[in-house]
Design a protein around this ligand. Structure first.
Ligand code: ADP
Length: 334
């Protein structure tokens, strides 16, 4: 997998447990979300009640799983972690719901990918803390109502707009997680370096932060690769020179573009004079599948303002020419 992919790989899964902030105070950035969540949790605690259901929306790697664990910790409640794709049948969900303890937090990642029948069961569970368990098959099947203890559902999704409105409406509180500012990522990196017992200076942390695509998961992963380099090629201390040399080896450039991202931009600029060019033509030029270019490379290039998708095709922006150190052709719209 790519070093700058925001999804978790097996190494991340093993290391991330140790790097997760344990309470809201330790959680860096997302000021508004933290402030609002703090109120929701404090009020529930004061009432001695279970917290309202919480929907977290945002890109992978921004801290949704971490926040769900913090919610459980702040409520002194146990947590169960599962995901939409893991729940194939309504029965799978019924089994989970009926085994929850009072006040337990149920974290449902990728909640938009749950099956339709499971989704409908969830509506009732969220609203009335009740499920209908279907016993038997065909005309003889009967629904047996089952009361559930109050619990807090924490749903996570990449975009809240992907959820059907009846599901969205059953959350008491929705938090939208934004990409992190470089200064926030620097704090994430300093904190992780401390936990990993790695020496890093301010400029070194800033260098890694700038290449991390606004995403703590990527920042932590780049930090580990830079640490490897610092141990093998130097005295283990991370400076700006070490960070930039290490990430040069891994082909993650100063703005966080990797080999694929650069290949797309280079083809667009050098072969098509900055476009407009159709996605298929561009993909053939890069030697990648259409889907790879469209879903893996383009979202970040668009977000960073290097590429625009127009009705006539893909177009490079002036920032793209500047980033690759190339001059736009004379008379080009840029
Ligand atoms: P998601 O569930 O959104 O994919 P995670 O909660 O698994 O993301 O976070 C990915 C990694 O980034 C974890 O190692 C976590 O510790 C770290 N992380 C995420 N958000 C923060 C934050 N606000 N402060 C510090 N570390 C964070």
């Amino acid at each position: 997998p790519r070093l700058v992919d925001a999804g978790a790989d097996t190494e991340d899964t093993a290391v991330e447990a140790a790097l997760r902030p344990k309470d809201l105070d330790e959680f860096i950035g997302q000021e508004k979300v933290r402030e609002q969540l703090d109120l929701v949790l404090k009020a529930a605690r004061a009432r001695g009640a279970t917290a309202d259901h919480v929907l977290l929306s945002g890109a992978p790697g921004l801290g949704k799983t971490t926040l769900s664990m913090i919610i459980a910790a702040e409520m002194a409640a146990p947590i169960r972690i599962t995901s939409g794709p893991a729940i194939q049948h309504a029965g799978d969900l019924a089994a989970i719901l009926s085994s929850l303890q009072e006040g337990e937090v149920l974290f449902l990642d990728e909640i938009h990918r749950m099956s339709r029948p499971a989704e409908e069961m969830l509506y009732m569970a969220m609203e009335d803390f009740r499920v209908d368990v279907i016993v038997g098959k065909g005309p003889g099947a009967t629904a047996i109502p089952l009361d559930l203890p109050p619990f807090t559902l924490v749903g996570a999704t990449t975009r809240a707009g992907l959820l059907p409105p009846p599901l969205r409406d059953r959350f008491g509180f929705t938090a939208h997680m934004e990409f992190y500012a470089p200064a926030e990522l620097e704090r994430v990196i300093h904190r992780s370096a401390r936990l990993l017992d790695v020496a890093i200076d301010a400029a070194g942390a800033a260098e890694i932060a700038g290449r991390s695509r606004g995403t703590p998961r990527i920042a932590n992963r780049l930090l580990r690769r830079v640490r490897d380099y610092a141990q093998v090629k130097a005295d283990g201390h991370i400076t700006v020179e070490i960070a930039s040399a290490a990430l040069g080896v891994y082909e993650v450039d100063a703005r966080g573009l990797d080999r694929l991202d650069r290949a797309v931009l280079e083809a667009l600029l050098k072969l098509f004079s900055g476009g407009p060019v159709g996605l298929s033509t561009l993909s053939v030029a890069v030697g990648e599948e259409r889907e790879t270019v469209e879903e893996v490379a383009e979202p970040f290039l668009v977000r960073e303002g290097f590429l625009a998708r127009t009705p006539r095709g893909r177009v490079a922006t002036p920032a793209a020419w500047a980033h690759l150190g190339l001059a736009p052709p004379q008379g080009a719209p840029g």
